[in-house]
Design a protein around this ligand. Structure first.
Ligand code: UD1
Length: 417
């Protein structure tokens, strides 16, 4: 039941539309908590992480209604009930509710957030940044309580440009008194989207898109209608599927401006990419060049989320490729599964994968252990000869509306069962 079946080996042709971005939608939904009015969020992807976030918002009193991909949130009344249960522990991004609740009601008690098993993923940087704004945080065994008697803007310099910490500081700072200067902020496109949403609602934020953000807290916010942009990682997934198998596809609405490092890597492998206003086309042959060295980096570098999506492609390149993961310390779990399919990969120093291109992959039963690794196995299944069964489909559904539908649009024989 929780499995995806793929009959691989055939080139991809056709067009598929790219869904709204998970990593943009989640913080925007959390940000709606700061607004006592009604907000409408359009192009919100129908994925399980969004469902969990909406359940959490409902749990603290927000009125939510959904029509197709439009979500209406009325956060007129919000309680400070304890947030716990699977919706918190199963999803890392529930942590953005910390900043939003501090900005709105000044306190929150929540279980430690969970999410994909791709490393330790502590919340120490969230805690130290918010403490600088006057937040008192008490860490208990299964949950933590954060309270701000007076939430005040200040100067915060992040030791690492964490996406989640940047989002939390922005959310708290919008509700704080005075000016917050956030230095070494993350510059991922999803941060820009969050700032644009808040700015549309009346917040005053300068430096959007840069590594220093200046946020004037305390401005009144009003309800807005806002469109979530397309998902650069989902677009990158189908781009890599086309590069891995060969073919000619059009990815409608793909946000190519945000995908430069992914596009560059695909071109190194040998694909021809054409960017147009309404999307991106990929023309690729079965023959693939290796990439001598590729490292994951914060934006605009090569995204860590794309690492397990490019790895299957390189397993059948004509030569040796090296991928180094620098953002998460344990994000190479897909390797063991790819080896079952005939890939020749060796892990060095825990974070470096040396991939020796094989003639081909063969279908077999493999298991997804996390979201992007699971999607990587689907790409491998599209490339492999014979049938592949990817188990634990629920991990993939955290971030993909319907990976089978999208790949069927590109001619792949793929179905759930
Ligand atoms: C977000 C994305 C995720 C992406 C990642 C990096 C969402 C919902 N998720 O995750 O898809 O892979 O950015 O682009 O947007 N760290 C600490 N202490 C902290 C916080 C983070 O050590 O308090 C470490 C993490 O363990 C990790 C690194 O910093 O090694 C990057 O994490 P961060 O940028 O915070 O990623 P997320 O916001 O969790």
């Amino acid at each position: 039941m929780d499995t995806i079946h793929i009959r691989g080996g055939n080139a991809l042709f056709g067009e598929t539309r790219i869904q709204g971005s998970k990593n943009a939608a989640l913080p925007v939904l959390a940000a709606a908590l700061l607004i006592e009015d009604t907000c409408v969020i359009d192009n919100c992807p129908r994925i399980s992480d969004v469902h969990h976030m909406l359940m959490l918002l409902e749990g603290i009193g927000c009125k939510i209604s959904r029509k197709n991909r439009s979500v209406t949130i009325d956060a007129g009344r919000v309680s400070d009930d304890i947030m716990s249960g699977e919706n918190v522990t199963g999803m890392r991004s529930s942590i953005t509710l910390l900043g939003a609740m501090l900005g709105r009601v000044g306190e929150i008690t929540m279980a430690y957030p969970g999410g994909c098993v791709i490393g330790v993923r502590p919340i120490d940087l969230h805690i130290s940044a918010l403490r600088k704004m006057g937040v008192e945080i008490e860490e208990k065994e299964n949950c933590f309580a954060a309270k701000a008697r007076k939430l005040e803007g200040t100067v915060i310099r992040l030791p690492f440009p964490s996406v989640g910490v940047t989002e939390n500081v922005i959310l708290a700072a919008v509700g704080a008194k005075g000016i917050t200067v956030l230095q070494n902020a993350a510059r991922e496109p999803e941060i820009v989207t969050l700032c644009e949403f808040l700015r549309k609602a009346g917040a005053v934020i300068e430096g959007i898109g840069g590594s220093v953000l200046i946020i004037q807290g305390g401005h009144p916010l009003h309800g807005v209608r806002f469109q979530i942009p397309a998902d650069r990682i989902v677009a990158g997934t189908y781009l890599m599927a086309a590069v891995g198998v060969g073919g000619h596809v059009f990815l409608k609405d793909a946000p190519s401006a945000q995908m430069q490092s992914t596009i560059k890597a695909a071109e190194q492998i040998g694909a021809e990419i054409a960017v147009s206003e309404d999307g991106l086309s990929v023309l690729s042959e079965k023959r693939k060049n290796p990439i001598a060295y590729l490292r994951t980096e914060v934006y605009p570098g090569f995204p860590t989320d794309m690492q397990s999506l490019i790895m299957p492609v390189l397993t059948t390149a004509e030569g040796i490729s090296v991928i180094e993961e620098t953002v998460f310390e344990d994000r190479l779990r897909i390797v063991e599964e790819l080896k079952k399919m005939g890939a020749c990969i060796e892990i060095q120093k825990k974070c470096q994968a040396v991939i020796v291109g094989a003639e081909s992959l063969h279908g077999c039963e493999v298991s997804a252990r996390e979201l992007r690794g699971g999607a990587g196995l689907v790409i491998a299944g599209c490339m492999a000869q014979g049938e592949t069964l990817v188990k634990n489909r629920h991990f993939i559904e955290r971030g993909y509306e319907d990976i089978c539908r999208d790949l069927q649009n590109l001619g792949v024989t793929i179905y759930t069962g």
